[in-house]
Design a binder for this molecule. Structure first.
Ligand code: NOJ
Length: 767
């Protein structure tokens, strides 16, 4: 990180306590403590739902609060559940014929004809897969994320899906955690922009827009802080961190109109999130005035007992409902016990009525009472269309992050006669899609091998795997979606393949190694102790470099991996992530230079697992710049900073200007900088604005992202880029006052193209 210009500033707060004054309420606009945008009033829907509620038995109401998965045997057959009004929603069914059948049963054969809601994990696409969410965040292009989720919604709704269990907006600062892949990375500002964009993409202009589906923001809250990066483990998060880091993307998603929210699995500060009334009632309903509904995560209601929190199923159901859960996913404690609990008085009838009201209003808003059916005849023709493929390919190119490019190794010169393409991920149709691709068909995918053959000519590409990789323990998703199994069994076969790869490299002009992790190595229950390249990939990489041929490392993965050796010895490194169905074509286009990579890291990239957790927005400490105060056995700085990414061209950023260097709290200030493409080709850069509050009622992070814009400039072109800094974004939840605060005083501003940005100015915030 850069020099510490504020060492003396830490004392200012002591000398000038009068600077820390609170501001009038009017100066405090939208922030993580204020109510979110309200859904449009719908008196007709309200009257309809009120009438329905009056007709419903308690059992029918509890049925609406129950969600059953169809990927495992259910005790009561799904048709019976639907007919008897014992279920309000199904998940894990994607076949429009089955969906329609069940919907017909519910609408035509149940007593009150209430339609079902079909939910599915539409995380980064449905049949056409888009880059995984962490990759989309690397585009620093919220419009791209919005478009991808609207394309995903189009396919999913054609199949009869009404509801996506996405976006996942959990801030994740620990790459050991497998689900870092499903979110936007470490930063609340970037995360909030990506969260809101995805909600708009899923839902369209309003809930119920044709071709769109309901969003479900998850997992509320703090799941990304799982202890040790171990999935499902407890999170211990201070109020300060909750309000300033973990809550803002949820708030942004709800403010963008997300109609549903999923409670998390784990204990938050010793109270399981699914039974956590502070989260689901005090914050969500009282502070944010959320009007949608809350679904639990998978069996997380029943698991309130596993946590040693609830004494049994009845207690679990009562505590979940009383905390604010409206629908139970998978476990059946609601169906089995809630009616008794209402009779006993441990759950109020009014609580049930409110939950069912919110659920039915959402079905109404989605238009399910008017037209609940999909059109199976048309569905097939709407999948993996050329339009979907084009959008996925474009996204695949925009998420790529160039981490290193010595001697302009990339783009690959078209005069090259032979390219050795090596690696276990170079020709895997399933793995290029990434985890959570459960409705995808691997045969739709374009692998890197196929993309390279198409782009460079098949005769130039000499391919072999070199090494194979395998997850040591099976993944929970293997039965539904799996990576190809290794074919080499004996040590002799493995050694022969390894040497075959090196022979191909020696006889080629350049080697492209496609390494990383299988899709099952990332995602849910895919945490790791090590960040090393799995299997013998590192040995293969080092042996490839030792041949003396130029080597390009293409990473297919979704978490920072240990590439510290590569960062010094491999001339070119491209982080391609899991780019989805069109990934192979997208990667080939970037390697060929048809598209110039412009993605930037949405996470800080550690040098080793021992640095974890490491993130840029840490607080200042004494001796912050004295390396000995951190680790004596290695550097404290990351390998690559947050916001980092190279291009095939170069950019300069100069002449930082503020429209005013002192502004009143509540106003905005324009911050402009001159960006010039000083290289020889068209390229994208991301202008990033960081701030730091020098003194106040609490220590604030050394830098915080407060604005960004991705721009495209032709060779030699210059542009003045103006970012509008909203002073509300300088506010924070103060642990001193337990309120949102915007504190007058001096702020440092930096603008640049990563979190080490050097253009500096100061801004004084006036009361
Ligand atoms: C469990 C996961 O935690 C959640 O993210 C997902 O939406 C549900 N299962 C349904 O698949």
């Amino acid at each position: 990180m850069t020099a510490n210009p504020f060492r003396f500033a830490a004392c200012i707060v002591l000398l000038l306590p009068s600077l820390v004054v609170s501001l009038p309420k009017s100066a405090i606009a939208q922030n993580a403590t204020t109510p979110v945008a309200q859904l449009p009033a719908d008196p007709v829907g309200e009257a309809f739902v009120a009438k329905l509620l009056r007709q419903m038995t308690l059992e029918e109401k509890i049925g609406q609060m129950s969600q059953t998965p169809l990927n495992q045997a259910s005790e009561i057959p799904p048709d019976v559940l639907a007919r008897e009004g014992k279920v309000g929603s199904f998940l894990f069914v994607t076949d429009p014929v089955t969906i329609n059948h069940l919907q017909h049963v519910a609408v035509e054969q149940s007593r009150l004809h209430i339609p079902l809601l079909f939910g599915f994990d539409v995380i980064h696409g449905f049949r056409t897969l888009y880059p995984v969410p962490i990759a989309m965040a690397a585009s620093w292009d919220p419009r791209l994320a919005e478009k991808a989720q609207s394309m995903a919604a189009r396919e999913a709704s054609a199949a009869g899906i009404d509801w996506a269990f996405a976006p996942m907006v959990d801030i994740a600062r620990d790459p050991r955690w497998g689900r870092i892949m499903e979110g936007a990375g470490e930063d609340p500002f970037l995360g909030s922009k990506m969260a809101a964009a995805q909600v708009r993409g899923f839902q369209g202009d309003t809930i119920g827009s044709p071709g769109h589906i309901l969003a479900c923001v998850k997992h509320f809250a703090g799941y990304g802080a799982a202890l040790g990066g171990r999935d499902y483990e407890e999170s211990n998060i201070s109020d300060d961190q909750l309000w300033n880091v973990y809550f803002p993307p949820f708030h942004a998603a709800l403010n963008a109109g997300a109609g549903s929210l999923m409670s998390a699995y784990m204990d938050l500060n010793d109270v399981p999130a699914t039974g956590n009334r502070f989260l689901l009632h005090d914050v969500l309903r009282d502070d944010w005035h959320f009007q949608g509904f809350v679904v639990s995560d998978w069996e997380s209601v029943m698991n309130l007992t596993t946590h040693g929190f609830a004494s049994g199923p009845a207690d679990a159901a009562a505590r979940a409902v009383n905390a604010g859960v409206d629908m139970e996913m998978t476990s059946t404690t609601f169906r089995d016990t809630l009616a008794q609990s209402v009779k006993r008085g441990t759950v109020q009838q009014a609580t049930i009525d409110q939950a069912v009201h919110d659920l039915l209003m959402m079905k109404w808003r989605l238009g399910l009472f008017r037209n609940p059916y999909a059109d199976p005849a048309k569905a097939a023709s709407q999948m993996v269309t050329p339009e979907q493929r084009n959008a996925a390919r474009e996204a695949g190119t925009r998420v790529a992050v160039l981490l290193r490019n010595q001697d302009a190794t990339l783009p690959l010169n078209s005069a090259l006669k032979s390219i050795a393409l090596i690696g276990p991920l170079a020709d895997s149709k399933a793995d290029i899609m990434g985890s959570w691709s459960l409705a995808g068909h691997p045969e739709d995918s374009v692998t890197v091998l196929e993309g390279m053959r198409k782009r460079f000519g098949a005769e130039k590409i000499h391919y072999t795997t070199g090494v194979e990789i395998e997850r040591e323990q099976p993944s929970i998703f293997d039965a539904q979606f799996s990576s190809p199994k290794p074919k080499l069994t004996t040590e002799a076969e493995k050694a022969a393949e390894f040497h075959h790869a090196l022979d191909l490299i020696r006889s080629s002009d350049v080697a492209v190694l496609v390494l990383g992790e299988l899709q099952s190595m990332s995602g849910e229950r895919a945490s790791r102790q090590s960040l090393d390249l799995p299997g013998k990939q590192e040995q293969l990489l080092e042996a490839a470099v030792a041949t003396g041929k130029p080597v390009v490392l293409v990473l297919v993965n979704a978490r920072p991996l240990n590439i510290t050796w590569a960062s010094e010895h491999v001339p070119a490194i491209l982080e391609a992530w899991y780019p989805g169905t069109e990934g192979g074509d997208a990667i080939a286009q970037v390697l060929a230079g048809d598209v110039n990579p412009g993605g930037k890291l949405p996470v800080t990239w550690p040098r080793s697992v021992g640095q974890v957790p490491i993130y840029y927005a840490h607080n200042l400490t004494q001796l912050a710049n004295d390396p000995s105060s951190h680790y004596w056995d290695g550097p404290s700085t990351p390998l690559y900073p947050f916001g980092y990414g190279l291009s095939y061209t170069q950019f300069s950023m100069t002449n930082l200007q503020l429209a005013s260097d002192a502004v009143h709290a509540g106003s905005t200030v324009n911050v402009s900088v001159e960006v010039r493409n000083t290289g020889a080709r068209l390229g994208d850069d991301v202008v990033q604005l960081y701030t730091h509050q020098r003194a106040g009622s609490a220590s604030r992070p050394v830098r915080e992202l407060k604005g960004f814009r991705r721009i495209s400039l032709k060779a030699g072109e210059k542009q003045t880029v103006t970012l509008t800094l909203d002073t509300h974004d300088l506010g924070f939840w103060s642990p001193a006052t337990h309120h949102w605060a915007m504190e007058p005083g001096v702020f440092d501003l930096w603008v640049g193209d990563d979190s080490n940005a050097q253009n500096h100015a100061t801004l004084t915030l006036l009361p």
